[in-house]
Each structure stands twice: as structure tokens, then as C-alpha cells.
Design a protein around this ligand. Sequence first.
Ligand code: NAI
Ligand code: AKG
Length: 436
Amino acid sequence: MAIDLLRLPTDSIVRPDKDRFLNEENPFEAMMSRFDRAAELLDLEPGIYKILRNPEKQLIVSVPVMMDNGDVEVFTGYRVLYNTSRGPAKGGIRFDLNVTLEEVKALAAWMTWKCAVVNLPFGGAKGGVICDPLSMSVGELERVTRRYTKGIISLLGPDTDVPAPDVNTNERVMAWLMDTYSMHVGRTENAVTTGKPVEMGGSLGRKEATGRGCMLVTKEALTHLGMDLNGATIAVQGFGNVGSIAARLMAQQGAKVIGISDRAGAFYNAKGIDIDAAIKHVQQHRSLEGFTGGDAIDAEELLTLEVDVLVPAALENVITTKNAPRIRAKVICEGANGPTTAAADPILDEKGIFVIPDILANAGGVTVSYFEWVQDRMGYFWSEAIVNERLGDIMTRSFGDVLQLSKQHRVNMRTAAYMLSISRVATVHRLRGIYA
Ligand SMILES: NC(=O)C1=CN([C@@H]2O[C@H](COP(=O)(O)OP(=O)(O)OC[C@H]3O[C@@H](n4cnc5c(N)ncnc54)[C@H](O)[C@@H]3O)[C@@H](O)[C@H]2O)C=CC1
Ligand SMILES: O=C(O)CCC(=O)C(=O)O
């Protein structure tokens, strides 16, 4: 019997009821229900289906830290490697009080699909520490970072698992992580993490990359819909790395950003918010609290403003079955990971809203992380113009790939993006054998 290398013979498949949402706000279930739909459309064989539904490794560590007042606190940290068939695990580290293992598992799976959508030679991972970084001193943050790094060090390495910044972590945290790892292995190893300061092997353009990617795919989406970013109205939820840069770059393209928000509040200005002034305000005050460049509005109202483009760029589960019927944007560019619950997807579809899914929309960050990793390994660094040009090529091509698949299969962009990425990961599993 000839063995078809690209299809493995296996037992029967048992899929959970795809219309059942046990808990709308469980991010892992949200990821899984999209995965299931794409797997069904791809007619994914049972063996690969089972492999791809399970994370490869889940590590839970205790992170004991001496606080500034002399007390010892023990934080809980996670690192999940979801799938490494295509290359080293890649994905950010989040410091937040709401971190859970379910969330980290979902984020690690999304990293797997994201890297595959833009065709990077990486698998997917994510990490998190349950803590409140906003109430901690710089010294406490450094100690948490170093102790957490020590806890997950068996996973880390340029060929195995390469972290990056995520919510409430930044270049400085990546510098501490890289230093802790380098001390452990006894040499300077800058390719162990990305999103580092440029002075120590970071890539030009990484800090802006996720927001730039959002701007680029939004431009593509608007062109596809016969609209133009120049003159489009925008609302942005979350004004950190992703949201503030996406807002700034969209404004530079002629868009009018009429609403912005962060955890301190939401602001509206029909004439367009001065984004540079808002960024300056956040640099000085750590949040938008007290911002005078717009009228304060309700946080929920920001999501339902009548705009051409809504950019959720904060956290998961902000567009749900409760508010989706009231969303008036024509396009949603998911800067955040998992901002829309799976149960809200069909409501947005019915309303004809064009959703650029997270695993495509925010892939600019990991794409330039890939460039950073390549540059660190070569020891040769590129100009910002080259980084941006290559990022532009990948984002535009990936948007086109997903759009084409969505037309071909008459599915929305999210399902098409999952189909593309799952088929790429599945192909590698088939070629390597199921024990990859
Ligand atoms: N930093 C990166 O390169 C990438 C980040 N992402 C995702 O983008 C999202 C944001 O990440 P970053 O910008 O890096 O984090 P960040 O920590 O720099 O910013 C988060 C922002 O969200 C705001 N926020 C928190 N809760 C909020 C709420 N309830 N309402 C409104 N705003 C709220 C915070 O005040 C802050 O402005 C996350 O989902 C992250 O996973 C995705 C791809 C790459
Ligand atoms: O740059 C990276 O490696 C990953 C960034 C990240 O955590 C994400 O894309 O969600």
C-alpha cells in the first residue's frame, strides 16, 4: 500500500460540539472553537487534530521575591510551549494580576497560528506572571523578572524558546531576562529573547512593529473594501505599545483618530485627537488620566463609536455577545490577542463587519522579532528602512494570502487565517512524522 506522506491514516475523530460555548470568556475555549471550525473545513485527519489540540509543555513556577519592605512574596509564573514543529517556540511574557494558565495556553496557541500565518520558522509559546507591575518598584520588577527567568530557564534558548515583551513588560524586562540567561550559560547570548534595547542586540523598528503591522493590514482591508485610510475615522482601545503606535501611524497616514482609551479612561474628540500629545501625556503620567485633548467618555462607549475602524489593542474578551450587536465600526483590526469572544464572531459577521483577526493583524511584532533573532544570530544589523520594508512585504503578502483563502472557501478572515496556519503546521507534522 502506498503511504500518502501528506495524510496520516488514523482512528476516528471526536469533535466537541462546535456551537457549545461552555464559558464565553475562557480564552482557551475561544481559541479552540475557532481551531475546530477550521480543522473541520480542512478535513484535518484525527491524529494531527488531536496533536494540535494539546500544548506540548506547560511549566508552572513559584517566583519567590524579596520586596522592598523586606517581606517575601511568592508569585506564580507560567510558560507554555504550544507547538514547536516549525521551529523554536516564540512568544511574549505578560505581567498582570489576571494571568491564568488557561489564558497563557490560549496565547501560546495563538502564537503558533500567528507565526504560521506569516510563515515564520517558529513555533508558539507564551508566559506570564501573576503580579501587579504597576504597583511595584523597578527593583521589585527586576527581581521578579530574574527569578521567573531562572524558573523557566530549562526551556529557554535561541534554538528552543525565545520570549519577547507583552502586556506590562518591555525592553527593560527583556534586558534583565537576557542578562539572567547569559549569566546562567556563561556567555552573552542576545538571541535568547527579542524586543531588547537596540544597544544590546535589539532590532530597529521592533518597538513600533506591532502597531505598524496593524496600520499596514488596516490599509489593505480598507483598500479591499473600496475605502481609504486617509480620512478614515478610528477608535483605539488600549494606549500601550500596540495601541499608541497603531494610532500614531494611522494618523500619519491621514486617518482621524476620534477615540482612545486605556485602563484609566476613554476620550473622544470629533475633530481628531492629537496622538503625539496623548503619547507625551502617557510618558509623563504613566496613563491617560487627566488627558485634556478630548472629552472623557464611558469606556464601553468607545467600543461602539461610529467609526470606520475599531482597533481593540488592550486585552481579551472586550467584544462579546453583550456589546457586539452595538458595534458600529466597518472594520475591526484586532491589535490585541483574543479581543473578540468566539460567540461574538457570528454577530459581527451578520453585521457585515470586516474583522482582521488577531493572528494576522498583530503579527507585525513577532515578524520583527524574527528579524531581531536573525540579526542577533548573524551579528549583523539592518537599517530601520530595511526592517520596515521587509515587514511591509510580509504583512501585505500575508493579508493577501488570507483574503484569497477567505474568498475561495467563502469564510470570514478569521477562519481563513486559522485554515492557513493550521494547514502549515499540520503539513510539517505530516512531513516530520507524528512524534515531531
Ligand atoms: N507588544 C507586542 O509586541 C504585542 C502585543 N500584542 C497584544 O496587544 C495587546 C496590548 O499589548 P501591549 O500594547 O504590548 O501592552 P501594554 O502593556 O503596552 O499596553 C496595554 C494597554 O492596554 C490598556 N488597558 C488595560 N486594560 C484596559 C481596559 N480595560 N480598557 C482599556 N484599556 C486597557 C493599558 O492601560 C495599556 O494602555 C495585548 O493583547 C498583547 O498580547 C500582540 C502582539 C504583539
Ligand atoms: O515578538 C514576539 O516574539 C511575540 C510577541 C507576542 O507576544 C505576540 O505576538 O502576542
